[in-house]
Design a protein around this ligand. Structure first.
Ligand SMILES: [Fe+2]
Length: 396
């Protein structure tokens, strides 16, 4: 049977014109048992469409690991470094990840307690939910009516020492059934998005870049972002914005001298736009919670200075200023009509281009709702590439 692709089902709120290239359901092949030729096709499809969905797949953790590794054969450790970094109990990721003992690169994530599962006698899972992470919370009355939030928009990446994984694979074992919920943005807009319970929401990094006005495109292609050392420990005392798209600048981050030992050489500074070498497109890829400083290159020779931001370049170290710049650039892309909330069924396997999309868990539910997913991503063998000089010239 040949590999066939179909558009993914978009929610009614989505602007279909912005999802022409985004997302495909793939049929005709088992993703855990691909020939080299089939894998090459799946790899190309992933970089062209960013999210691939396989339905009704039986997939072992071994097969999932093998598939994930095929995208970057030299990679081997889990995206956050075999969980050693995240064993640090101060990290905000600590409670959310459980390793499958047989295949430590595959994590069990979800909600509720599962017993005698893949070598784990008992695993207490906790769906990350906004209370305790966002600065403000949905009131209990509104939560009872089904209102919820995006939890935290992110790229799967340690952002310190390890390179961001190229792909993340997410396999749904148990999906809680229940009523749909309504994401409220609560940022002074009346934006809302109806979503399935326990959805994973995605936005395209290409769209995030392409909808920017020219002066912000110019800034994006000329900029690099420096992440904080041990960013998930650093941000842990701080609280997030109500959209889940970054941190409120209240000065609550852990002081750098109170962090676990860190080295300058392991700090990550990445281009704001990451080059997709299959499509030659730029993906706006910034993990807004971890940003610390912004470096802006001056305009290239011959570029118009009319309306240009930081035409002579800049090094911005004021945290609030850095975050405000990113919020301005990223918020348009999480508009309700640009979000793809995946409606999970059991045995769905989703592959997403982790260097091409931002994603977030969504929703609020109680401990008796069991959700069990297998997640795998591997710290990449190299850092992402930024725009070429030609891209900079085109957009600056
Ligand atoms: Fe993630």
């Amino acid at each position: 049977m040949a590999i066939e692709t179909f558009p993914i089902p978009l929610p009614p709120a989505a602007d279909a014109s912005k999802f022409k290239d985004f997302g495909r359901e793939v049929r005709g092949v088992h993703p855990g048992r691909l020939t080299d030729k089939e894998f090459k096709e799946i790899e190309r499809l992933l970089y062209e469409h960013d999210v691939l969905l396989f339905r009704n797949i039986d997939l072992s953790p071994e097969e999932q690991y093998k598939l994930t590794k095929a995208f970057d054969p030299e990679s081997d450790t889990y995206g956050h470094g075999n969980n050693k970094t995240e064993k640090n109990s101060k990290s905000i990721l600590h409670p959310d990840l459980k390793t499958i003992p047989r295949v430590p690169q595959v994590q069990l994530i979800g909600n509720g307690t599962v017993y005698d599962y893949e070598g784990l006698a008992e695993a207490k899972l906790r769906h990350p939910q906004h209370p305790g992470f966002h600065k403000t919370e949905i009131s209990p009355e509104d939560a009872a009516k089904g209102y919820t939030r995006f939890y935290r928009w992110h790229i799967d990446a340690a952002l310190y020492n390890f390179s961001p994984p190229k792909v993340t694979t997410l396999y749904a074992v148990k999906v809680p059934r229940g009523e749909r919920q309504i994401v409220r943005y609560d940022d002074g807009t009346s934006d809302e998005l109806e979503v399935p319970l326990g959805t994973t929401a995605f936005v395209s990094g290409v769209t995030m870049f392409e909808i920017l006005p020219p002066e912000l495109k110019s800034l994006a292609v000329r900029s690099k972002v420096r992440y904080a050392p041990h960013p998930y420990v650093w941000m842990a005392p701080a609280r997030a914005l109500s959209t889940g798209l970054g941190i409120v600048s209240d000065g609550l981050e852990m002081p750098l001298n109170a962090l676990p030992e860190w080295e300058e050489s392991k700090i990550k500074t990445f281009p704001v736009c990451w080059l997709n070498s299959v499509t030659d497109k730029l993906h706006f890829q910034v993990h807004p919670c971890g940003v610390q400083e912004l470096f802006v290159d001056p305009l290239p020779e011959g570029a118009s200075r009319d309306g240009a931001l930081y035409p002579d370049g800049a090094h911005i170290t004021d945290l609030k200023e850095v975050r405000d710049i990113f919020y301005k650039m990223q918020r348009p892309a999480i508009d309700p009509k640009l979000v793809y909330p995946h409606d999970w069924s059991e045995k769905d396997l989703v592959l997403f281009h982790n260097r091409g999309v931002l994603h977030t868990v969504v929703g609020t539910f109680s401990a008796d709702r069991i959700r069990a997913f297998h997640q795998c991503n591997l710290a990449a063998s190299s850092d992402p590439l930024g725009p070429t000089p030609e891209h900079v010239k085109r957009f600056a």
